[in-house]
Design a protein around this ligand. Structure first.
Ligand code: FES
Length: 114
């Protein structure tokens, strides 16, 4: 059982926040600044990757490829992708989630690069 639980990233071994924020750290996203996105989210929530904030609302995780490499950096909040994220976008997203909850998540957000 332990093998299965540790192999699949979608199984959590500890309680998570209501919103699980997964930031891809694989090559395409790394090259497009995913680390800065993670740092900004961590700074804003006063946590480190792998932790849940004090309110129990957000858990921040760094994960491997989420399958949308052409729209890096990719952040997944629960089941919805947020693509082409900047650190500023990620902070705005946290604010929207805080104010609107689940309603603030519109599913996948596809953004075309200019
Ligand atoms: S490298 Fe980030 S989605 Fe594939």
């Amino acid at each position: 059982m332990e093998d299965v639980a540790t192999y699949y990233a979608m199984f959590y071994k500890q309680p998570t926040g209501k919103f699980v924020i997964q930031v891809c750290r694989t090559l395409s996203c790394a090259l497009k600044g995913a680390e800065r996105v993670t740092e900004e989210i961590a700074h804003t929530l006063h946590i480190k990757p792998g932790q849940t904030d004090k309110t129990g609302m957000f858990t921040l995780l760094e994960v491997e490829c989420l399958g949308a490499c052409d729209r890096a950096p990719v952040v997944m909040v629960n089941d919805g992708w947020q693509e082409c994220q900047t650190p500023q976008d990620a902070v705005k997203l946290l604010d929207v989630i805080r104010s609107k909850g689940e309603a603030g998540l519109s599913g996948c957000v596809h953004r075309v690069e200019k």
